[in-house]
Structures are given as structure tokens and as C-alpha cells.
Design a protein around this ligand. Structure first.
Ligand code: CA
Length: 241
């Protein structure tokens, strides 16, 4: 390489060609994915809860239907039986997880409130016949997770975890979940691109926290990682140590 300048040029060129590999550039293409592949395979109960959740003033907090389809597929591939969900809201992704687990599967669900869950999600989840899989803990996630870690029986007991809660605590959740999820198990973190703010406004506090999380996860030898540009960014971590 002749100079630093040329090196920078090459880097930019590589970035441009990689960008052309990104398929999802339009709303109509996303609509196509939903209509061609997601909605035709969406269980009725999940559709009912998705539609009911959309009426909530904070509906934006819910996971997207293509995302929960992916999570359901991964849970099935893992042969998962025990799961943890940090952040529940109405229980939309919780229902998707419950549907993907076997009948004797269990999910520890944690949220600071169960108001939206009780009002919107629980009736649908009960009707779907999967409420018996869910063990709901109301409270801040860190003390609940610490309590779980303190019980030896929980260590490595879980196959899958989905984290969709306060972003500033993601790294704290990660340390606890690495003790609770078995080697070979999967931890999925939601909103890890934070509406693109990780590059658009990197100094904004939640963008900065998300960037810090992404750097730490990419450097963490205890997991294999993949950042997926689905929904608002989904980071998959497979525990390897
Ligand atoms: Ca989310």
C-alpha cells in the first residue's frame, strides 16, 4: 500500500461494495417479507396478540413479527426447554417463545410491571394453552437475575435468553446470563442498533451505551456473536465457554 491515504480509500471502497449486499432498503420489500413468509406462518394467537399490542400507546417497544419468527426457529433448532426473558411488555415475544418450547418447557419472565402483560397478553396466552410454561417475576431484572444465579441449580440450566429491557444494563445482564445459560445456549439482545443512532448520534446516552455493549460483546471470548440487521438490530450470542 503506497500511503495511509490509499489505505483509507481501499477501506471506503470495501465498505461501499459491502453496502450493496444489504437487501432491505425499502418499506415495500419489508412488507413483501411479512406477507410472503411471516404472516402465512404466524399462529392465530400470535397474530391476535400482535394486533392487540399495536393498540398500546407504547407499541413500538414490542418485537417485530419477522424477528419473533427468527427467534422461534432458533429456539426449535436449539431444542431449548428452559428460557429467560428480560423485559416482557405485553408478552408478544414471550408468547412466541412459549409456542416454540415443548409442553414441559419453562420461561422465567422478568419485568418491572406486569400491567400490560395482564391486560393484553395474558388472556391470549391462556387461550393459547401455554400460560403454564411462564413463571413471571415482577421486579428490576438485576436483583431477580442475581437471586437466580445464587441458586446453584439455575447455573447452566437455561438454553435460551431474550433480553429486551433497559439498554444501559445490557452488559450487567450479560454477566448474569452467562452463568444461567448453558454452554451452547443462545442469548439474544434486542435493539442493538438503536434506530441507527449508534452511528447517527453516537453521543446520545442510549446510543453510547449500545455502542459500548456492541464493542464489549464483539470482544467477549465467552461467546460467538452475530449482529443481525433485523428489526432494530438483534445481537445473537452463543455461549462457548
Ligand atoms: Ca425491543
Amino acid at each position: 500500500m503506497a500511503s495511509t491515504g490509499a489505505g483509507e480509500g481501499n477501506k471506503t471502497a470495501a465498505g461501499s461494495s459491502l453496502h450493496s449486499k444489504t437487501l432491505l432498503k425499502s418499506q415495500s420489500l419489508y412488507q413483501y417479507i411479512l406477507e410472503s413468509t411471516v404472516f402465512p406462518r404466524e399462529p392465530d394467537c400470535l397474530r391476535e396478540l400482535r394486533v392487540a399490542t399495536a393498540t398500546h400507546p407504547m407499541a413500538g417497544m414490542a418485537a417485530s413479527p419477522d424477528e419473533v419468527q427468527l427467534l422461534g426457529l432458533l429456539i426449535e433448532m436449539l431444542g431449548a426447554k428452559n428460557a429467560v426473558e428480560v423485559g416482557v411488555f405485553t408478552g408478544y415475544s414471550l408468547l412466541a417463545t412459549a409456542l416454540a418450547l415443548p409442553d414441559d418447557g419453562k420461561i422465567v419472565a422478568i419485568d418491572v410491571t406486569r400491567e400490560s402483560y395482564d391486560q393484553i397478553g395474558l388472556p391470549v396466552i391462556q387461550k393459547a394453552g401455554v400460560a403454564h410454561k411462564i413463571d413471571f417475576h415482577v421486579g428490576l431484572a438485576l436483583p431477580v437475575l442475581d437471586q437466580m444465579v445464587a441458586e446453584e441449580v439455575n447455573k447452566g440450566w437455561f438454553d435460551f435468553a431474550f433480553v429486551d429491557a433497559d439498554k444501559v444494563n445490557f452488559l450487567n445482564y450479560h454477566e448474569r446470563l452467562l452463568q444461567l445459560v448453558r454452554v451452547g445456549g443462545l442469548i439474544a439482545y434486542d435493539n442493538t442498533l438503536w434506530s441507527g443512532s449508534v452511528v447517527a448520534s453516537p453521543d446520545e446516552p442510549l446510543a453510547a451505551a449500545t455502542r459500548e455493549f456492541n464493542v464489549a460483546i464483539a470482544a467477549d471470548p465467552r461467546v460467538h456473536v452475530c449482529q443481525i440487521a433485523i428489526a432494530d438490530g438483534l445481537t445473537l450470542c452463543r455461549r462457548v465457554a
